[in-house]
Ligand binder design. Structure first.
Ligand SMILES: [Zn+2]
Length: 197
């Protein structure tokens, strides 16, 4: 690791550490985490909401959870970028370090993520996740279940890189795979449905 990389890594790590703490405001009964107001919800409650959504809407569940995850990922990316205005962090060279630490070292309780590879040239990224919170430990499914996490990863990458990312969950522990794996790529202009700027 070069001295610049080491410098960036330490700065980004400190920056994430400064956000990665939970504040209980007992007088107003609010909880703040990562600069946002949050509520503490058991995994079981999330599963129950997901199951009910599936019962009522069927296939729309993934879309709804994906949008929610995307929003949360974008907000987290925004909080990180706001903090990162300190000198030495927003260097273009430190972006890979920034992304890696943002995804691997922020603990939102979603599971342990690892960036397996990230090509800035092609804009593709492979992420593995162990202990994903959306994995159903009791039922094996035919399809991947981690739609919120997929949306979250798309959101945080889109926000931090400044390009729209989209992807899919290519392996999922809920299906019996060893773990969950996500593949993201920068959305091409032709898929975006917007005219070139
Ligand atoms: Zn999964």
């Amino acid at each position: 690791m070069s001295s610049l990389e080491r410098y960036s890594t330490n700065r980004v790590r400190r920056l994430i550490g400064s956000l990665n703490s939970i504040r209980f405001k007992d007088d107003t009964a609010e909880v703040e985490y990562f600069g946002q107001q949050v509520v503490i919800l058991g995994r079981d409650a999330f599963t129950l909401i997901r199951d009910e959504l599936t019962r009522v809407t069927g296939g729309a569940t993934k879309v709804i959870l994906g949008i929610a995850g995307h929003t949360v990922g974008k907000e987290e990316g925004r909080a990180l970028l706001a903090k990162a205005k300190a000198p030495g962090v927003r260097l273009p060279q430190s972006l890979p370090v920034f992304l890696r630490l943002a995804v691997e070292e922020t603990n939102m309780g979603y599971g342990k993520a690892k960036i397996e590879d990230f090509s800035t040239e092609s804009g593709t990224v492979n992420i593995s996740l162990s202990n994903g919170f959306e994995v159903d430990p009791y039922r094996h499914t035919l399809k991947p279940t981690c739609a919120f996490t997929l949306g979250y990863l798309e959101g945080i990458f889109s926000q931090l890189v400044g390009r729209d990312f989209e992807g899919k969950e290519v392996e999922c522990k809920s299906k019996g795979d060893a773990g969950c794996k996500f593949r993201l790529a920068i959305r091409s202009e032709s898929n975006a449905g917007t005219s070139p700027k």
